[in-house]
Design a protein around this ligand. Structure first.
Ligand SMILES: O=C(O)CCC(=O)C(=O)O
Length: 186
């Protein structure tokens, strides 16, 4: 008999989920590479967040100019970028920006929508599982949806899930890393 919890997570319209986008070996290789990166605290208008981040291609500076150039994406990120892009039905090069988030135990990400300069978002999850929480205001209340994210899975935020709903993650129970790719709105 099928178990309700074996079903793929359901999110708002425009959210899509792919279990096991990358293999256990790919995940281990990526995790080893990511450990070498110079993660820096996430800075937002003078505040320091608990997650740490690294960007390639382009970087969004919340404390000044917005979108700025960043270091070229390293070659070892290209296979996962291409898989993420195929999942979003985009060519790999469309993902001009990658933001890698590291959440150590206790680090959350607050309610937000992605900056309007970006279009679709694909996030690839590594290490600990988490729950992506969605909310949107309906009259005086919030409508809410929770979508569990397993390690090695990918999610797509597009359409209403990206533009009309906010998302957040609870404080991490254990270290988690997300590799989030974005294309630019044309
Ligand atoms: O870690 C995640 O999967 C969510 C990342 C996110 O919401 C963001 O980078 O804006």
């Amino acid at each position: 008999m099928s178990d309700l919890f074996d079903l793929p997570p359901v999110g708002p319209p425009g959210f899509r989920y792919q279990a096991e986008l990358i293999s256990p070996t790919e995940a281990d290789d990526l995790a080893a590479r990511l450990d070498e990166l110079p993660f820096q605290p996430f800075l937002f208008r003078g505040y320091e967040g608990r997650r740490r981040v690294v960007s390639f291609g382009l970087r969004y500076d919340f404390n000044g100019p917005g979108l700025v150039a960043a270091e070229t994406m390293p070659d070892w990120l290209l296979p996962v970028r291409d898989k993420a892009a195929a999942f979003a039905s985009l060519p790999g090069e469309a993902f001009a920006h990658v933001l890698i988030n590291e959440y150590r135990e206790g680090a959350p990400i607050g309610w937000h929508r992605d900056r309007p300069v970006f279009d679709k978002v694909v996030g690839v999850s590594l290490l600990a599982p988490t729950i992506m929480r969605f909310r949107r205001r309906v009259a005086a209340k919030f409508e809410r949806i929770n979508a569990p994210l397993a390690p090695r899975s990918a999610y797509l935020l597009d359409g209403a899930a990206r533009d009309a709903w906010e998302h957040s993650l609870p404080e991490a129970q254990a270290r988690r890393i997300s590799i989030t790719f974005r294309n630019l709105r044309s």
